[in-house]
Design a protein around this ligand. Structure first.
Ligand SMILES: *Cc1c(COP(=O)(O)O)cnc(C)c1O
Length: 361
């Protein structure tokens, strides 16, 4: 006899609102859906990385304080190690921020934006409050301040440059928010290497500012999951209470340090990606029925006159994977990551063909 076990009687009720994140992997596609660095990982860095896998790296626990990596990042960024915490991707840091400050409170999210803020809110038992951006996707500062003054507002997320829209907020806009609210203001700068203004100068004046950055995009380490947070040591000490003690494995810590040592290789790639992005934008702009939005990042948001999923599927059938958006907030919108020049060419050709097929129906 099977014991009568009722799963629904023990699962958290508030998880009803959450759909498990589908990180489906496709093989044999041109992958332009996740804003990764499209170039082959630099061979000399990969080789040195391979040489680092020695006994102790495998059999001993990692340095939970990531002392060496934090020291290197501190030197790179120009802050002190006490102002830094590293995470298993900045995704983990977003969750840890919300577990520390968000649970039971309200969290303001400037939509449309990165989906993980809302998802981690629900995981942490915080209430995500969407505050719409303006039609040009700039921050609606007065609306934000109005929402932030309501009781129990704990955290406010600003993604700058913003994913998926590609635009950045100005330092003035961000400072005007910081001056008027007393919740934690998290500025996610995952794409800062490609453009937008660095919020670091605001850190000395505003102890409730936290900045997120990552090695996943410009620095090509998405597979090893290394993100970091720059903030007030008092804030970080609180977040440390919820952090997994050994959250970042030894190999990833070593890899991130190597990448910093080889920054010039990546600096060149970043320049190339920016040039390719401008070229890709011009090509999209020149296509009938396509509207690209301005981007300071390594991806471009664009709109066509067809449903997002129709264009997305048409491209996928031709072996090109991009990001499908849509919904009431972004009807007809899609996001394409900037690839290598060859990949971008294949994308443009496939998109022309898909739109021609749809128009001819
Ligand atoms: C990709 C991305 C991240 C996640 O980065 P990881 O460090 O890989 O977790 C964070 N924020 C934004 C806006 C992103 O687009």
């Amino acid at each position: 006899m099977v014991f009568p076990f009722d799963l629904s009687s023990i699962v958290r009720k508030d998880l009803d609102k959450l759909v498990a994140y589908d990180a489906h992997l496709y093989s044999d596609v041109v992958k332009l859906d996740a804003n990764e660095n499209p170039y082959p990982f630099p061979a000399e860095v990969a080789q040195r990385l391979g040489e680092l896998i020695a006994d102790e790296m495998l059999s001993r626990y990692p340095d939970g304080e990531a002392v060496a990596l934090r020291r290197d990042i501190a030197a790179y960024v120009g802050v002190s190690p006490e102002q830094l915490m590293v995470g298993n991707g900045s995704d983990e840091l977003i969750l840890n921020i919300l577990l520390t400050f968000g649970t039971g409170g309200r969290v303001l999210i400037t939509n449309p934006t990165f989906s993980m803020y809302r998802i981690h809110c629900l995981v942490a038992g915080a209430k995500p409050i969407p505050v719409p951006r303006r039609e040009d996707f700039s921050l609606d500062v007065p609306a934000l301040l109005c929402y932030a003054r309501k009781p129990d507002s704990r955290v406010l997320f600003i993604c700058s440059p913003n994913n998926p829209t590609g635009n950045a907020s100005t330092l003035e806009e961000i400072e005007s928010v910081l001056q008027a609210v007393n919740c934690l203001v998290v500025v996610d700068q995952a794409y800062l290497e490609f453009g937008g203004q660095d919020c670091l100068p605001l850190l000395q004046r505003y102890p409730h500012l936290v900045i997120l950055r990552t090695f996943s995009k410009a620095y090509a380490l998405a597979g090893l999951r290394v993100g970091y947070m720059i903030g007030n040591p008092d804030v970080l000490r609180q977040i440390k209470k919820v952090k997994q003690p050994f959250n970042l494995n030894s190999f990833s810590q070593a890899a991130a340090r190597l990448v910093l040592q080889h920054r010039e290789v990546f600096a060149q790639q970043i320049q190339d990606i920016i040039e390719s992005r401008n070229k890709l934008w011009q090509e999209l702009q020149g296509m009938a029925g396509v509207t690209p939005y301005p981007s300071v990042t390594n991806y471009i948001l664009f709109r066509t006159n067809y449903e997002s999923k129709t264009v997305y599927q048409g491209l996928l059938d031709k072996g090109i994977l991009i990001r499908k958006l849509g919904g009431p907030e972004l009807p007809g919108f899609l996001r394409v990551s900037v690839g290598t020049p060859e990949q971008n060419q294949r994308f443009i050709q496939a998109l022309s063909a898909v739109l021609a097929e749809l128009g001819g129906e």
